[in-house]
Design a protein. Structure first.
Length: 171
């Protein structure tokens, strides 16, 4: 295993049923978030299927919460009043765009990482507006799972890049 095990949707084996049962009970992760994929470190050899499922769910939960916190930081800058809110609405499968591929492959350290999935996350802001984020998930060389967000709004994208800068930053 190299950190990623795909399960065909047509496969009705014991693994799929066990995975579906544990994922439907997990309120921390939305449906369709790596439902047909096991996220496992490459060195990990589970003793039984239950350990495999629990490890996968733990990685899923951690990956979702860390990505959500990155988006929360970006969205927090938009909320002006005390009554303002934002909430997760849905996620959809997406494709990697040319600009994002060029940026990751040539300019960022993600060029050596393995791309696992690309998704579009939609957030409801104040019940009126929606904001969309392109989220890419990677399996790194050090056996870590990471995500990278791309706000679909240009102002949010540059604001996020400004806060993540490495030069001209006062500590």
């Amino acid at each position: 295993m190299d950190g990623l095990v795909r399960i065909p949707k047509s496969n009705s084996s014991n693994i799929r049923s066990q995975l579906d049962e544990t994922q439907s009970d997990d309120p921390h992760v939305p449906p369709n978030f790596f439902d047909d994929t096991y996220l496992l470190p490459s060195f990990y050899m589970p003793e039984n299927k239950e350990l495999l499922v629990h490890t996968h769910n733990s990685i899923r939960r951690t990956l979702f919460s860390s990505t959500f916190m990155d988006i929360k930081f970006t969205e927090y800058k938009r909320l002006k009043e005390d009554d303002d809110f934002f909430e997760f609405k849905d996620l959809q499968e997406a494709e990697e765009g040319f600009f994002n591929y060029y940026n990751d492959h040539y300019l960022q350290p993600e060029r050596n990482y393995r791309l696992l999935d690309v998704q579009t996350w939609t957030f409801n802001r104040n019940g009126i507006n929606e904001s969309k984020y392109l989220v890419k998930f990677y399996h790194t060389d050090k056996d870590e799972f990471r995500s990278k967000i791309y706000p679909q709004n240009w102002i949010d994208y540059f604001r996020m890049r400004w806060h993540q800068r490495k030069i001209l930053k006062l500590v």
